[in-house]
Design a protein around this ligand. Structure first.
Ligand code: ADP
Length: 576
């Protein structure tokens, strides 16, 4: 209450003052002897100017009555601003010109029709009221009010109870009853209690709706009612006190009447099925249980949106992944096709090798067949020579067959094949294929192959294609150069890290920076009839084998192409 009084005081610009609080405890110890002692104590503390007092503010009926009776002895001439006098329909303030203040309409007439309206089947109102002095006064006020406004339901007062049997009595009330807790400071045995605890006891035991008069018991299980707000009473008192200190005369400030405000407990409204639309206008509903949606609606929407976005993102990523896989598949098919085309082109360029390779055994076959014939047609056929010629024919036929087989393999469009491959064997095979072209162009092809070369895992045909292209490029670079030493060298080495390295170097014009930066781009060519695919395809083949290919300038001119492949068992990722 003091807080409320001070707030009202400050609200109307009351000057700074010292506030002394005295707790009289008159409700519990209200006998005349005790009152005398208190009067004596206060007189000694404050009387005769010992501690100058500007104003006394007694709070609630017991203290108010005490001061209205004894103030003339304690602090004569000091104005009294009473806080929370009991009032029926009208404030019941003393006619003393030094006294004014606030009064509370305890049992507002509004309460009864409100209860009957909210509970239409009600046949009985039971007012629970204690046996203390204050309780009796409030009961009398309520009784006056009800008498002044008769209702056609039974109104009963339940005051003859001890706290021990109160719960039982309340629980036994018939269903068409509504309980109104007035105030309970003592039971019929004279046991004191806090009014709030008594209301809680009643509300807990009741099987019917319980109403009350005070805001401070809302939340203890009552439905509500026109409730007196102590805070408001205190604030209005503080305002009056400040005005008086600033010079207003108490007799010119008529007492202020504070009435109850319709207030309800949301949980109890739900319990008794009372719709808020039936409450009086301006009703205050407390203890509303905010639904998850009401409290976190924004966050819920945000989370839903987030989840939706996430789902969309996941869907988009899945679609993207599917598309990427599709694209990878297509790219691989295209690469295989390109590899095939490039192989056909390279083999096409090496026609002289092929013709030579095939011509040689075919010519030998023809020569041997003619020689055989001659040996047969002699007068004395030389069977041994014929047999030798036939053996040679068979050998050359077999050799042509092998060439055809090798060519067919090279030209066959195939998916990558995983098998252990000896890179030296690859080099020898390709060298055999191109040997005649090199010879025809007067270019020396030398092989420097490591003995301890580990096997690699991969597709022999594809690797042959890479080497074939590197050799064809070397030969191409040297073709039109004359005078110089014209060599292409193939070197294989076991690398320090266990991998396998291959270098093809030539004594050609080398690589200009411009060409070098674009070597591996598809369709980059500096040749009139070039396709610009050989190196690009070679790069994709080497990378698909988990390796790396690059070009290096040589100190003494010419170009060097190198690739490195992991040895079998060294590969971390399976080649695509
Ligand atoms: P293409 O041989 O059809 O042009 P490549 O991809 O095999 O396609 O080669 C691309 C280009 O790289 C060639 O056109 C040439 O300019 C250059 N190049 C490749 N190898 C050599 C080399 N040994 N010396 C000089 N230039 C080379």
């Amino acid at each position: 209450m003091t807080g409320g009084v001070k707030a009202g005081w400050r609200a109307v610009g009351g000057p700074p003052v010292e506030w002394d609080s005295e707790y009289l405890d008159l409700v519990r110890f209200g006998d005349p002897r005790y009152q005398e002692l208190i009067q004596d104590l206060l007189t000694r503390k404050y009387g005769q100017g010992r501690r100058p007092v500007d104003m006394v503010i007694p709070v609630f009926p017991a203290a108010i009555n005490f001061f209205l009776t004894h103030n003339k002895n304690i602090l004569p001439g000091v104005p009294v601003v009473i806080c929370g006098q009991l009032a029926g329909a009208h404030p019941n303030v003393s006619v003393d010109p030094l006294v004014t203040g606030t009064a509370m309409t305890i049992f507002s007439w509004d309460n009864t029709p409100l209860v009957l309206k909210l509970h239409p089947g009600t046949r009985r109102l039971v007012c629970v009221v204690g046996c203390g002095n204050l309780d009796r006064k409030i009961e009398a006020l309520a009784n006056d009010t009800v008498k002044a406004h008769p209702v056609n339901v039974e109104v009963a007062y339940l005051s003859d109870f001890s706290f021990k049997d109160l719960g039982e009595k309340i629980a036994a009330l018939p269903p068409d009853t509504v309980v109104i807790c007035l105030t309970t400071t003592r039971d019929n045995q004279g046991n004191p209690t806090l009014p709030r605890d008594a209301v809680a006891m009643v509300a807990q035991a009741a099987k019917v709706p319980v109403y009350s008069l005070w805001e401070n018991v809302l939340g203890e299980g009552i439905v509500g009612g026109y409730l007196i707000r102590f805070e408001e009473v205190a604030r209005k008192t503080g305002e009056m006190a400040a005005r008086i200190l600033k010079g207003a005369r108490p007799e010119n400030l008529p007492p202020v009447l504070v009435s109850g405000v319709p207030m309800f407990d949301w949980r109890q409204l739900r319990r008794w099925g009372i719709s808020e639309s039936r409450l009086p206008p301006g009703s205050i509903v407390r203890f509303r249980e905010i639904t998850l949606w009401e409290e976190h609606g924004g966050k819920i929407i945000a989370v839903i949106l987030l989840l939706a976005c996430q789902s969309l993102l996941i869907a988009a990523l899945l679609i993207q992944r599917t598309r990427r896989r599709q694209a990878e598949l297509e790219a691989r098919q295209r690469r295989d096709e390109l590899a095939h085309v490039s192989r056909v082109a390279t083999v096409g360029e090496l026609t002289s090798s092929l013709t030579h390779e095939l011509n040689q055994p075919l010519t030998a076959i023809v020569t041997n067949a003619q020689a055989g014939l001659r040996f047969l047609l002699r007068e004395t056929p030389d069977v041994m020579e014929v047999a030798e010629a036939l053996r040679e024919i068979a050998k050359d036929g077999k050799r042509s067959g092998e060439i055809m087989h090798r060519l067919r393999n090279l030209l066959k469009k195939s998916e990558i094949d995983q098998a252990p491959v000896d890179l030296n064997a690859v080099v020898r095979e390709v060298a055999a294929l191109v040997q005649a072209d090199f010879a025809a162009a007067g270019v020396a092809l030398t092989l420097d192959l490591a003995r301890d070369l580990p096997l690699i895992m991969g597709d022999r045909i594809q690797l042959e294609q890479v080497v074939l292209n590197l050799l064809a490029n070397g030969l191409e670079a040297l073709k039109d150069l004359s005078g110089n030493v014209r060599t292409v060298q193939v070197i294989t080495r076991k690398e320090d890290d266990g991998g396998v390295g291959l270098t093809v170097r030539d004594s050609g014009p080398g690589l200009s920076p411009e060409i070098r930066s674009r070597l591996f781009e598809p369709f980059f060519t500096s040749k009139a009839r070039g396709m610009g695919l050989g190196l690009a395809v070679g790069k994709s083949i080497i990378e698909a084998h988990g390796g790396r290919i690059w070009a290096e300038p040589q100190q003494d001119g010419g170009a060097a192409f190198r690739f490195r492949l992991p040895a079998a068992g060294e590969q971390e990722n399976e080649p695509a």
